[in-house]
Design a binder for this molecule. Sequence first.
Ligand SMILES: Cc1cc2nc3c(=O)[nH]c(=O)nc-3n(C[C@H](O)[C@H](O)[C@H](O)COP(=O)(O)OP(=O)(O)OC[C@H]3O[C@@H](n4cnc5c(N)ncnc54)[C@H](O)[C@@H]3O)c2cc1C
Length: 395
Amino acid sequence: MLGEDFREKSYWLSTRPYNPSPPLRGTREVDVAIVGGGFTGLSAAYFISKSAPALKVALLESQVIGYGASGRNGGFSMTLFGLTLSLTARRFGRQAAREAHCYMEKAVDTLRDLVQAEGLECDYEHPGFLRVATSEKYKKRILGELELARSLGIDGIEWLDRQELLDEVRSPLYLGAWWEPRCGLLNPAKLAWAWKSVLERLKVHVFEQSPVVGIRRTKKEILLTTPWGEVRTQRVVLATNAYSHLVPAPGLRRKQVPVWTHIVLTEPLQDEHFEKIGWRRRQGIEDARNLVHYYRLTADNRLLMGGRDVTLSYGTDMDRDRNEKTFIELEKEVSNLKDQLETRKLVDRAKGILMDSQGLTEAAAFRRIQKMSMNTRKSMKEIAQAIILTHEANE
Ligand SMILES: Cc1cc2nc3c(=O)[nH]c(=O)nc-3n(C[C@H](O)[C@H](O)[C@H](O)COP(=O)(O)OP(=O)(O)OC[C@H]3O[C@@H](n4cnc5c(N)ncnc54)[C@H](O)[C@@H]3O)c2cc1C
């Protein structure tokens, strides 16, 4: 039986008490069986049950709801589709790029509305998004993206010049920013667990600690087996993301490899820090590098930073979520924010945060959050829109 070990997988998974549902025991017959309790599986269960309440739906999760990438991500609900707007346009054409952006806008709105309508407690806030230019090269890049957006008829995004940006977040390195009010930030583990409560209200049977170890199709039905039970069903939704190569279904094994990407967090920032740096409106922030950094505040004012390089893994070992090299690099990057976000000298080692003459945080005490992505052959930025895509695509 699973203990509390899952909480070690991510800061988010430790932010509220959680009691997993019991595993599947015995035989169940359902109309639809969903394998995987991340956002894809949860939202599939939700929209299936909403649109066809008479259907019997079961969701099987091998560990706990939110155990995979859904409980370990940055929590940005944003419009970015693909790597950049210009790359999407180059690859798929201008019209498709516009449609993709509009779809993402709808997806952000859908999630925000669902959070409200279903009362999903996930520390949701809607502070908007800044893509900051930290050099002339990146300024040019962002302005080019903005010009393209305008030429495609996409509105609601503005350029903030240096002074306007300083009024929001005080960094001597920021030369300006893409400002997009349509962006939400949330606690992803809380969102996943809130979804489970909604599903239970809708009479979806949720079984945790129930890995599907066998899938067999007969003439009459599909049979899913778990260590202590089985499900007989007519339809299966495989929502196993980066674990899909391990799922016992023909043809999946070689279709995917897991991509690993990481996040670090500081101890909570204090009022005096915000007096120096501003950031009172708590926007989600990303830079324009190829190996992007993104950062945000959590509900308890920790600075979360993710990004940099991603790694691939082969074989069956899915315990690669500790990557010292990337953690160290990310920790350095947070320290480097001291050069970006201007404050007076302040050293607060006791609380595990160092501030100095130009610093936001030189985080002496990082909480290391290992992130295991399930997004095979996807880039970091493609991964990053997935919270809302999983919700919107299943609608
Ligand atoms: C570090 C990081 C940062 C990210 N940041 C963002 C962000 O800011 N915004 C954004 O939109 N997206 C972000 N993403 C991407 C996003 O988290 C994922 O794309 C999304 O959560 C995928 O959801 P999912 O349900 O498809 O997969 P998962 O959440 O991975 O769910 C798959 C589930 O299937 C279960 N499972 C696997 N095999 C079996 C089996 N045999 N039987 C039963 N259950 C099984 C797993 O235990 C797991 O719970 C980030 C990802 C990472 C890794």
